[in-house]
Design a protein around this ligand. Structure first.
Ligand code: NAD
Ligand code: UDP
Length: 314
């Protein structure tokens, strides 16, 4: 019989967190979902409210807490540029103090801890695609640095707690992920284009639309999370998790217009500062260590995501 754990998910009412909570409960675990509801919503986990194995705590990871758990997934942090730049100092505190508090909790419980790191640690990369061995090209004081440097510092903390105190760590570097429960106003490109197309509004292309991203569907990513968490103790990461198929923002806009049968037009707006020009994960490590790779291609994932945003309109 599979072993059942008592698991803390920080940021569990957010986009990725709520999908992870669904998966962990379905696998039979008990879950404490912790969130300060900054960008997350109670509605994202409302369908689970009668599940006796789920417990919700409204709490900010900036403040320490004491709890009995044997696994921690640390996802708490606003993820979209609009939200993480709204209060940059708080974003840094969430990444850095949140990491310290959750690592202290892991240490006190002898628990294994997973960190939701990001492809942003590579910044505007001059190596393509990005392998985990690449150290990145990050502006340390630009408008994205509260997020990029906060996540880089969190990685340092994870590895120092591992080396210094023997805490068992799992660090995932997540590349752009999309799916249901994305915040409709968080300004990320997939949600923006879908919402705009469904409303018949212009699709906002920043810059010339030739910058690239690689989009992973949420179900594929969550499978990667679980495999990494359950990997052998010597597997610490960092491990890239993402879909290696790369698209320009122009290609994405065309796909969304086609799949929504929308008559929306394109409008060109200035490229935000420090916007990375290209991004694609090298996932060889995840393939080797976790036997993992994404299965859901962009069109199929977009169809599901469009259906979700359509359901919000009704
Ligand atoms: P999200 O904004 O939907 O989720 C973040 C959650 O954390 C929200 O529920 C929010 O309320 C909560 N939160 C924020 N600050 C908090 C705090 N101080 N204390 C407690 N809770 C707090 O974003 P997401 O896309 O689900 O991202 C989840 C994690 O994955 C983040 O750490 C993000 O950096 C990382 N990530 C996501 C992506 C992606 O494409 N979605 C890519 C790379 C990394
Ligand atoms: N983008 C865009 N139109 C939008 C929102 C974003 O062209 O309405 C671009 C943005 O400039 C970036 C890419 O899409 O080049 C991905 O942006 P997102 O905010 O989703 O993620 P990140 O930049 O953090 O990868």
């Amino acid at each position: 019989m599979a072993e059942h754990h008592h698991i803390l998910v920080t940021g569990g009412a957010g986009f990725l967190g709520s999908h992870l909570v669904d998966r962990l409960l379905a696998d039979g675990h008990s879950v404490v979902c912790l969130d300060n509801l900054f960008t997350g919503k109670a509605a994202n986990i409302a369908h689970l409210k009668n599940n006796p194995r789920l417990h919700f705590i409204e709490h900010d990871v900036i403040t320490p807490l004491s709890l009995k758990v044997d696994m921690i997934y640390n996802l708490a942090c606003p993820a979209s540029p609009v939200h993480y730049q709204a209060d940059a100092v708080r974003t840094l505190k969430t990444s850095v103090l949140g990491a310290i508090n959750m690592l202290d909790l892991a240490r006190a419980n002898n628990a294994r801890i997973f960190q939701a790191s990001t492809s942003e640690v590579y910044g505007d990369p001059d190596v393509h695609p990005q392998p985990e061995s690449y150290w990145g090209n990050v502006n340390p004081h630009g408008i994205r640095s509260c997020y990029d440097e906060g996540k880089r510092c969190a990685e340092s903390l994870f590895f120092d707690y591992h080396r210094q105190y023997g805490v068992e760590i799992k660090v995932a570097r997540i590349f752009n992920t999309y799916g249901s429960r994305m915040h409709p106003q968080d300004g990320r490109v997939v949600s923006n284009f879908i919402v705009q197309a469904l409303r018949g509004e212009d699709l906002t292309i920043y810059g010339d639309g030739q910058q690239t991203r690689s989009f992973c569907f949420v179900d594929d990513l969550i499978e990667g999370f679980v495999r990494l968490m359950n990997s052998k103790p010597e597997v610490t990461g960092p491990v890239n998790l993402g879909n290696p198929n790369e698209f320009t923002m122009m290609e994405l806009a065309e796909k969304v217009l086609h799949l929504t049968s929308s008559n929306s037009k394109l409008v060109y707006l200035p490229l935000p500062l420090d916007d990375p020009q290209q991004r694609r994960p090298d996932i060889s490590l995840a393939q080797t260590l976790l036997d993992w790779e994404p299965k859901i291609q962009l069109e199929n994932g977009l169809v599901k995501t469009i259906a979700y945003f359509q359901s919000l309109k009704g």
